[in-house]
Design a protein around this ligand. Structure first.
Ligand SMILES: [Zn+2]
Ligand SMILES: [Zn+2]
Length: 303
């Protein structure tokens, strides 16, 4: 299983029924929360994601619409009696912020919060590897230090071609050795090599989360060929200058990144509250990259 559920698509403030940035990536029964804007707990409840089933949290940057929900969420996990350690990947300054809030509000956590500052890792280097999943950061260009995250599958194994093996009259007892990549010598003296019976492995699936950022082509090598890209599209082209000033992107710019990076699918989010109707933004993006759509809150994107 490799799913992405978007919990909020609004920039800056919850508006028009839209939540602010937060997403859940589910991979092989583990759940990872990316960003945690205000009221993320409400969105988690609404879309039936169990708070206790979050295994790690990844924060892109310290703007409020990406972190203001975090102290509340951490406290709720404690009130529910969490005992498993929680890994939190985030810009280093978040540690002091959380410690201050927890101390001043006399809050106590029932579990160990393992804080991992992402500045310790160059962009593109893995920050987290587990169970056939690798998470690395993506360089972004924003008003403050900000990184995106790439979740990618690893260790895809070549597939064993049963029919080819049968056609070569290989006895069943040799199958497991060939599956492991070992050549075998049959009783008739013929040697069979794994390449003769193995099909190429599937292309590893990957998800890239890019919020918030100005138009920044330097991210392209990091997200090249991704199965699914989430890219912010705070503005439409009519506010291109405003996007530039605030280090955000337009829908067209997000689509240009998707096109150049040759990703399979693009979902847009982080929309300014000025857009009640998102259609013009999506049309603008689809003119450049047809496989573009507005991310939908609660919808599960299966990779
Ligand atoms: Zn934001
Ligand atoms: Zn921001």
């Amino acid at each position: 299983m490799f799913n992405v559920q978007v919990l909020g698509i609004s920039a800056a403030v919850p508006a028009m029924g839209r939540g602010v940035s937060a997403q859940v990536v589910s991979f092989n029964d583990k759940n990872y929360l990316i960003d945690c804007g205000e009221a993320t707990q409400i969105q988690l409840n609404k879309f039936r994601v169990k708070v206790m089933k979050i295994d790690a949290i990844f924060i892109s940057h310290l703007h409020g619409d990406h972190v203001f929900g975090l102290p509340g969420l951490l406290s709720s996990m404690s009130m529910d009696g969490r005992s498993n350690p929680l890994y939190l990947f985030a810009p280093a300054a978040l540690k002091d912020v959380l410690e201050f809030i927890l101390k001043q509000t006399n809050s106590y956590l029932s579990y160990k919060l393992e804080f991992i500052p992402i500045e310790d890792f160059p962009a593109g280097e893995p920050v987290f590897i587990t169970d056939n999943l690798r998470v690395s950061t993506i360089p972004l260009l924003h008003r403050i230090f900000c990184r995106g995250y790439k979740f990618e599958e690893i260790n895809k194994k070549p597939k064993f071609d049963f029919y080819k093996a049968k056609a070569l009259e290989i006895p069943n007892q040799y199958f497991h050795l060939l599956k492991q990549g070992n050549p075998v010598t049959l009783e008739n003296g013929n040697t069979i090599y794994p390449e003769q019976v193995l099909l190429p492995a599937d292309i590893p699936r990957s998800y890239a989360y890019c919020s918030d950022t100005a138009y920044f082509p330097s991210m392209i090598p990091h997200i090249h060929g991704c199965s699914l890209l989430y890219h912010e599209a705070t503005f439409g082209e009519e506010h291109r200058l405003r996007a530039k000033e605030t280090f955000h992107s337009t829908a067209k710019e997000a689509a240009m990144i998707a096109k150049k990076a040759k990703v399979k699918q693009l979902i847009l989010g982080h929309f300014s509250a000025r857009y009640k109707d998102l259609t013009p933004l999506i049309e603008e993006a689809a003119a450049v990259f047809p496989a573009a759509e507005a991310a939908e809150e609660g919808k599960i994107y299966s990779l």
